[in-house]
Write a protein of this length. Structure first.
Length: 487
């Protein structure tokens, strides 16, 4: 239930400003998003001042019911930070050590998993695959643990990074075994109630049905709710519990930020661990415990997102500046899903930012400049323009096992500063990571973007958009890569 995959760009210097009227500029941007079809909620706050709190669209597709600021929606994989915070509380209490191996908590741990620690689970370094079952399967804790112990690892523990829902569900199982409480009960008593978050959880808030947001299919039909499909009547199964699916509101996610800024939930030492750069994600970001850590021109950002093909949530926090941006939406438009970062730019740079224009239509090899016979563009059914050629070269680098091709592609196709900043080894590893995360795919087409080109794929995990920022002049080398996975 994570949507953002890769964000790899050259650093850009942006001046900060304390310009007045930021609320109006923020609202103008959301007005443009609403005109483009934004359905959901968004909040921007600095300290105890809420600068923007907006709801837009229809709670149920096709109805007259508006989304309200207190409408409840899934946070997706943002759930992981709650699991991490709960584990760190038990670390503070001396009940858990981050270096504890799985064998302290589970019986019959196989040899290949004997070296996995709690630290590895929270930082996606345990070697577990992304998932081992469907979120809607109501598998119990013990059966889930049995399956997790039987699954082959993708790598030796602690030697690599691979985003894994399995690891966080195992951390939630440890939480239950150590605390003697059910996962949601522990979170409610020790995180949500102290933070004043009465509307956050799986089932315990007992929301009225008319408060839950419904997702929409691409043709506008009512998909329903995550709650109805995967949670109600006993709570979620363990393919989801602890790693995704927690529901909340704009107000509660603001309260969570404020609680983390203080010390009622975690000590400064524990927060330093939570925001630590434990695992290199590639592209200039690191994974902490339930958070992705990213340097920005405005200070270090701790962030996470989540979703499925029908819901998306994005949570950006700047602890040094006491700034939080939270967005949830059922819109499928990528411009809307990406809205949190432009709002941060408005807030920190004090300048207006234009809402992106509607993307150009997708085109294939039969449209636009013809691709030369035998070229990579023709192979991948993409246009023969420089944009189509670069997109085709990227797809080839992702799918090929030819190390020589990959090296040559980096040498000739990537802007030297990007290579210098990230290193050749990281870029080579990026191709493997993208291949693993995307899986088998079909090319739907490509389109020009303000930065360069976007190539759109259909994969088993949903729609994948690979955005390449290109130099405007020949040789049109790649100066940035952005990949979004999930519809």
């Amino acid at each position: 239930m994570q949507a953002l995959l890769i964000n790899l760009f050259l650093a850009a210097a942006v001046a900060t400003s304390s310009a007045t009227g930021q609320g109006d500029v923020l609202n103008d941007y959301v007005d443009a998003a609403e005109a483009a079809g934004f359905t959901g909620g968004v909040l921007v706050a600095r300290g105890d001042e809420i600068l923007l709190e907006r709801a837009a669209g229809r709670r149920v597709p096709g109805s007259d019911e508006p989304v309200r600021p207190d409408t409840v929606a899934t946070t997706g994989s943002i759930t992981k930070q709650f699991t991490a915070a709960a584990i760190l509380q038990l670390v503070e209490a001396g009940d858990i050590d981050l270096d504890d191996s799985l064998s302290r908590y589970f019986a019959d741990v196989p040899e290949d998993k004997a070296g996995i620690t709690v630290h590895h689970l929270l930082s996606h370094q345990g070697g577990f695959p992304g998932a081992i079952g469907d979120d809607r399967e109501r598998v119990g804790r013990d059966e889930f643990v049995r399956r997790a112990m039987a699954v082959p690892l993708d790598f030796d523990p602690g030697t690599a990074y691979e985003y894994s829902n399995v690891g966080f569900s195992l951390a939630a199982a440890i939480l239950e075994l150590v605390s003697g409480q059910r996962y949601e009960e522990y979170l409610r008593a020790n995180l949500f109630e102290p933070a004043g978050m009465s509307d956050t959880g799986y089932v315990l808030p007992a929301w009225a049905p008319e408060r839950l947001a419904h997702g929409a299919t691409r043709d506008g039909e009512n998909w329903g709710t995550v709650y109805e499909r995967a949670i109600k009547d006993g709570g979620p199964g363990w393919h989801l519990l602890g790693n995704g699916g927690i529901h909340s509101t704009l107000g509660d996610m603001y309260r969570w930020h404020r609680a983390l800024q203080g010390d009622e939930i975690l000590s400064d030492e524990s927060k330093a661990l939570m925001y630590g750069r434990h695992a290199d994600e590639g592209g200039g970001t690191w994974y902490g415990y339930g958070w992705s850590i990213e340097p920005t021109p405005w200070g270090e950002m701790v962030a996470h997102n989540g979703g499925n093909p029908y819901f998306f949530a994005d949570y950006l926090r700047f602890p040094e500046g006491d700034v939080v941006i939270y967005l949830w939406t059922t819109s499928h438009d990528r411009r809307i899903k990406d809205m949190a970062r432009p709002l941060a730019e408005i807030l920190f740079a004090g300048e207006s930012v234009s809402f992106p224009p509607e993307p150009a239509p997708l085109v294939g090899a039969g449209e636009g400049p013809p691709a030369a016979e035998g070229s990579l563009a023709a192979k991948w059914q993409l246009p023969g323009s420089h944009r189509g050629q670069r997109a085709a070269e990227m797809l080839e680098a992702i799918t090929t096992d030819d190390a020589t091709y990959r090296q040559k592609f980096i040498d000739k196709g990537f802007e030297p500063g990007l290579v210098e900043r990230n290193g050749v080894d990281r870029l080579l590893g990026l191709f493997d990571r993208m291949r693993d995360d995307i899986g088998a795919f079909e090319v739907r087409g490509a389109r020009p973007s303000p930065e360069g080109v976007e190539v759109v794929l259909e994969s088993a995990r949903g729609v994948v958009v690979i955005g390449l920022a290109l130099e405007p002049e020949v040789p049109h080398r790649i100066k940035g890569v952005d990949v979004t996975i999930g519809d």
